[in-house]
Design a protein around this ligand. Structure first.
Ligand SMILES: Nc1nc2c(c(=O)[nH]1)N[C@@H](CN(C=O)c1ccc(C(=O)N[C@@H](CCC(=O)O)C(=O)O)cc1)CN2
Length: 296
């Protein structure tokens, strides 16, 4: 590490290691694990993320199918598809790409996925397992963050981790994972008074607030590890826009280590999804009664 410039916690090498492990474990199964990707509507970011997931699945020897439903799909039709995928023993994992169009309620949809096939880790059976440190499937971005820290040798045990943002997709579950890894955890959010006073106490600062450059250098303890989960598209003169994180680039002058955007946490989300699909397939192979309609 150069003085005054944070070590870069790059996502691609950590993601490659996770994908290698997924490929090796998938090869040991009698059939390639199958991932069902459900997308409703044509939101450009969702189209791109789902395409990326299917492409990476093929690269590691998993089969996948994109169930692309029209934007005016009803809640009943979406639930019927989930029911069909739950009942199909050839389907190892089911992912419903978020966000869903505004007329659909995501909660009953996530609740309908068989927890054993819930490779997004968002079913209450899996979030409950996470908070009780029981076996289950863990949400992809949070588990990817833990794998990224481990890959780069960042210790977690005994560290004070501060998380900014309490979303179901990132903030809440990453708090549970850090707690399970013996960190002392503080969860900050939009109602936290004097956010800087809280973030300055962090050895590990995880920012998932969805607000470009929310975290400025004065809010970071010198030498801290900073994980930027933000993906904000900001306008550029050429009209194409540019991705930037929730952490101001000048934080690199203060932090000990920092994840870039893009190229940090993002690739870990996809790699962890494929790892989760392999884990789900392994458990279903060992315990076939959790597939099909028997367990909901
Ligand atoms: N059902 C889910 N929906 C969504 C999730 C999720 O985990 N489950 N996460 C996000 C989107 N997402 C995956 O779905 C995702 C976001 C970002 C990346 C990524 O690799 N980002 C790149 C930049 C990509 C770009 O140029 O646009 C990076 O950060 O380097 C992958 C997946 C919301 N929905």
């Amino acid at each position: 590490m150069t003085q005054g410039t944070a070590q870069v916690l790059a996502g691609p090498p950590a993601a490659a290691a996770l994908l290698d492990e997924a490929r090796r474990r998938a090869e040991r199964l009698p059939h390639p694990p199958h991932l069902a990707l459900v997308r409703v509507g044509e939101d450009p970011a969702s189209v791109s993320y789902v395409r990326g997931k299917a492409k990476k699945a093929a690269e590691v020897g998993l089969s996948s199918h994109v169930h692309a439903l029209p934007g005016d799909t009803t809640q009943a039709d979406l639930l019927a598809l989930i029911g069909t995928l739950n009942a199909d023993p050839a389907v190892s994992g089911i992912l419903v790409q978020l966000p869903l169009p505004a007329h659909l309620d995501p909660e009953p949809v996530l609740l309908a996925v068989n927890p054993a096939k819930d490779v997004d880790g968002l079913h209450p059976a899996n979030t409950g397992a996470l908070w009780n440190a029981h076996e289950g499937l863990r949400p992809c971005t949070p588990a990817g963050i833990m794998a990224l820290l481990a890959h780069h040798g960042v210790p977690v045990r005994g560290q004070h981790a501060v998380i900014v943002g309490r979303s179901a997709l990132v903030g809440r579950p990453v708090a549970g994972l850090l707690l399970n890894a013996d960190a002392t955890v503080t969860l900050a959010h939009r109602a936290t008074p004097d956010l800087g006073a809280v973030t300055r106490g962090a050895d590990i600062l995880i920012v998932a607030a969805g607000q470009a450059h929310l975290i400025t250098p004065d809010m970071v303890r010198p030498g801290a590890t900073v994980v930027d989960v933000g993906i904000n598209r900001v306008p550029t003169e050429d009209g194409r826009g540019r991705l930037t994180g929730d952490v101001h680039p000048d934080v690199a002058q203060v932090a000990g280590a920092l994840t870039p955007v893009p190229g940090g946490v993002g690739p870990m989300t996809v790699a962890q999804l494929l790892m989760n699909t392999v884990i789900a397939a392994e458990r279903q192979h060992a315990q076939p009664e959790v597939t099909g309609e028997l367990v909901r």
